[in-house]
Design a protein around this ligand. Sequence first.
Ligand code: FES
Length: 82
Amino acid sequence: MNDDDMVCLCFQVTRRKIVQFIRVEKPKRLSQLSQCYSAGTGCGWCRPFLERLMEQTDSDLPDSSAYQSGRRRHIRDKNDTP
Ligand code: FES
């Protein structure tokens, strides 16, 4: 996943924006990332990935297309709307 790829697809928040928010704001809890363009407050798909970004264990994030298809499955499984 590149810096310009969307991590939160519901709110179109890029990896770069999230990493910058974490560096500047130093959130203690995942829920605080909602202050970064509402990241993580939609379907919930990105929350585990946001957590990995917070823990700086994001080196193995999937590539963008795998990530997006995973979210489509997540939405379908939840019978939710994107
Ligand atoms: S992808 Fe982030 S809340 Fe849906």
